[in-house]
Ligand binder design. Structure first.
Ligand code: B4P
Length: 190
């Protein structure tokens, strides 16, 4: 199986590049952000809890996310590979992912780290906020999300370097230019 973790700060283009990867390589896509937004829209118990964290720019607690991910993963049992978009975001999530995949006889193939300058991240998210209606795409929440990213999520870079899975991808430029670099990185591990 080709299992890709797509990683980066908020607004680094994880969702954008995932859509293109799915088309090119025929992989399944699990976006924890999308799953959570669907839960919020459906006003489930999980959605109500998640909404309180997301609208403040905080991470939803690990145990809720890991449980949710396990259920989604089971629904992709016949997949030829999965792109994990927005998961893991903490070291406990990364360890849980490894365990879940190992139990299913597979592992992470590569972690693609989209590296984007902070001013560009803020610009992209503010621009999306003008049209998305997302509760977390405003300046105050974007700043909290970036702080959370630096404190809780960016240590995953070191984790995946130690696991020998980390590949840095220059995330500045047009969507197509970045996708070219993403494909080069994937073709190296395919
Ligand atoms: P996510 O939904 O994962 O979203 P994101 O990090 O904000 O955005 P992404 O990097 O996917 O950016 P995109 O491609 O859309 O998370 C939202 C929230 O959910 C989190 O803050 C957290 O609270 C919660 N959550 C999710 N997963 C969790 C987990 N595992 N644990 C705990 N909590 C979790 O790009 C952004 C914008 O830039 C778009 O408008 C796009 O069109 C534009 N763009 C992309 N590439 C561009 C380019 N090259 N040039 C110009 N614009 C570009």
């Amino acid at each position: 199986m080709l299992n890709i973790v797509i990683f980066g700060a908020p607004g680094s283009g994880k969702g954008t590049q995932s859509e293109l990867i799915i088309k090119e390589y025929g992989l399944d896509h699990i976006s924890t952000g999308d799953v959570l937004r669907a839960e919020i829209k459906a006003q489930t118990e999980l959605g109500k809890i998640a909404d309180g964290y997301i609208s403040k720019g905080q991470l939803v607690p690990d145990e809720l996310i890991i449980d949710m991910l396990a259920k989604v993963l089971d629904s992709k049992a016949d997949s030829k590979g999965v792109i994990f978009d927005g998961f893991p975001r903490t070291i406990p999530q990364a360890k849980a992912l490894k365990k879940m995949l190992n139990e299913r006889g597979t592992d992470v193939s590569v972690m693609l780290n989209l590296e984007v300058e902070e001013a560009e991240l803020i610009q992209r998210l503010l621009k999306r906020g003008e049209i998305s209606g997302r509760s977390d795409d405003n300046l105050e929440t974007i700043q909290s999300r970036l702080e959370v990213y630096h404190n809780q999520t960016s240590p995953l870079k070191e984790y995946y370097i130690t696991e020998n899975k980390h590949t840095a991808v220059h995330g500045m430029g047009t969507v197509e230019e970045i996708f070219g670099r993403v494909c080069d990185a994937i073709n190296c591990v395919k």
